[in-house]
Design a protein around this ligand. Structure first.
Ligand SMILES: C[S@@+](CC[C@H](N)C(=O)[O-])C[C@H]1O[C@@H](n2cnc3c(N)ncnc32)[C@H](O)[C@@H]1O
Length: 282
């Protein structure tokens, strides 16, 4: 296992796990996340996947993406082998509830940034909206690219630097700083070797600052970045009023990243007496 050293941590993973674990109302409050997972599943279904792929999903949450992928032909094959993981045990339990028992699907708790699943390599690595909670998403993606089988694909969504720009602008206007995670500029992902990146904004109209904050808390996405000073109640009220002074929108800058590992070139046919012994397939 080549787990990386933990750098100084912009996001406390134990707090992230606790917040998502407590998100009993995730499904009710996550229509945007649902829509993003379904769009990602459609894109994954259009890839040239192996007929019965080995799949690794990280940050499965309650299973929006897992369920949408399981509806797709190659991925629905009973011969496909799935490793579905999340940092928060309670999220995995919700995912299990959604999917029910399946012989070819293994659910396990895993911090996908600091631990490696043991059953690789994988034909597909997929994830929706988990990567923005990593300390170093770029290093994690580069490592995961190494977990792909020849001909395999990694396709994930995350949130880019434009996410919640309106909420941050409301803070800045008052000389304050928002506690939102340090969302990366999509160009940083595009600079990864071989990466194809697509950026799509989704603009939500939460109706009020209170509704915006309540929904984030209900889905477990309220963990502030490390070192953020919580606002005093009066400061928070002022930020909320400022947010509502503008059109009261919340933009999700959805970044889809695709890495593909080339297939291995066909070895030329050898004469029977020169055939090497067959290597272990995995
Ligand atoms: C916003 S939810 C998305 C869940 C689901 N993929 C969806 O689309 O609805 C983010 C999920 O990522 C998980 N997560 C965050 N950091 C993680 C990490 N380092 N390793 C694995 N999962 C992580 C959280 O526990 C949470 O369930």
């Amino acid at each position: 296992m080549n787990a990386p050293a933990r750098p100084s941590r912009p996001i406390a993973h134990d707090s992230v796990s606790r917040a998502f674990g407590a998100a009993h109302g995730y499904d009710r409050h996550a229509p945007v996340q649902h829509r993003i997972a379904q769009g990602l599943a459609r894109r994954i279904a259009a890839l040239d996947l192996a007929p019965a792929p080995a799949v690794f999903e990280f940050g499965c949450g309650t299973g929006f993406l897992t369920q949408a992928l399981l509806a797709e032909t190659a991925l629905a094959s009973p011969q496909a082998r799935w490793r579905v993981t999340d940092l928060a045990p309670a999220m995995l339990a919700r995912c299990h509830e959604r999917l029910g028992p399946r012989a070819n699907l293994q659910l396990s708790t895993l911090d996908a940034e600091y631990a490696e699943p043991e059953d690789g390599p994988f034909d597909l690595i997929a994830s929706s909206l988990a990567l923005q909670w990593f300390d170093d998403p770029l290093a994690a993606l580069a490592r995961m690219g190494g977990w792909l089988a020849p001909g395999g694909h990694l396709m994930v969504t995350t949130l880019g630097a434009g996410t919640f720009a309106e909420w941050r602008a409301a803070h800045t206007a008052l000389g304050l700083e928002a506690g939102t995670p340090p969302f990366l500029d999509a160009r940083r992902f595009a600079a990864l070797a071989g990466a194809q990146v697509r950026v799509e904004p989704i603009v939500e109209h939460p109706g009020s600052a209170r509704a915006f904050l309540r929904a984030l808390k209900a889905i477990g996405a309220g963990t502030p970045r490390t070192g953020h000073r919580p606002l005093a109640p009066a400061e928070l009220r002022a930020v909320m009023a400022q947010f509502e002074r503008n059109p009261c929108t919340a933009t999700y800058e959805v970044v889809t990243i695709h890495l593909a590992r080339p297939s291995e070139p066909e070895t030329p046919a050898l004469r029977p007496d020169t055939q090497p012994s067959r290597p272990d397939p995995r």
